[in-house]
Ligand binder design. Structure first.
Ligand code: NI
Length: 182
């Protein structure tokens, strides 16, 4: 397995719309394993292939306390959604930034292929529902900061650019939050 580099906002490659996976083969299974390793190391609870500059419809997640229940979704689709939830979100591609979104569905039903190419459906609520919606946005080239005001987004971009310039000399001081980084 290999740890992959995570693209960070405002990298234009994060705006790429991912293409459907045609065949779930060994290259996709290796991608899933590498994405899980990258996600656990970050650490985060979800990662979309877009974030590691692979523009295929693959995402991984693990919302378990022990971080021992990896999930992989190939070509995921939300086939049912219900209710609304408010949750604070962070993102591995927008490090150190957290904000509350009000746009997520509370409950979703997802259809996808597993790592062996077998179709499955999953009902998700709570953190997993938010996580899957967040990762599916990544596959569309969308970031959680897109739901915030233009003013906030500009401020976040400037903050991250400044941090990147200063990185190397000393680690950047980061906002602390218990919110999930997805
Ligand atoms: Ni994210």
């Amino acid at each position: 397995m290999a740890k992959l580099t995570i693209l960070e906002f405002p990298d234009p490659r994060l705006r790429t719309r991912a293409a459907p996976v045609v065949a779930v083969d060994d290259s996709i299974r290796t991608l899933i394993d590498d994405m899980l390793e990258t996600m656990y190391a970050a650490p985060g609870i979800g990662l979309a292939a877009t974030q590691v500059n692979v523009h295929k419809r693959v995402l991984v997640a693990d919302v378990s306390q022990e971080q021992d229940r990896p999930l992989a979704f190939v070509n995921p689709e939300i086939i049912e959604r219900d209710g609304k939830t408010e949750a604070e979100e962070g993102c591995l591609s927008v490090p150190g930034i957290f904000d509350k979104l009000t746009t997520r569905s509370a409950r979703i039903r997802v259809r996808a292929l597993d790592r062996n190419g077998k179709p499955f459906e999953l009902d998700a609520d709570g953190l997993l529902a938010v996580c899957i919606q967040h990762e599916m946005d990544h596959l569309e080239g969308k970031l959680f900061v897109d739901y915030l005001s233009e003013l906030k987004r500009t401020r976040i971009r400037k903050k991250l650019e400044k941090e990147r310039r200063e990185r190397g000399s000393h680690p950047a001081a980061r906002e602390r939050s218990n919110a999930p980084v997805i």
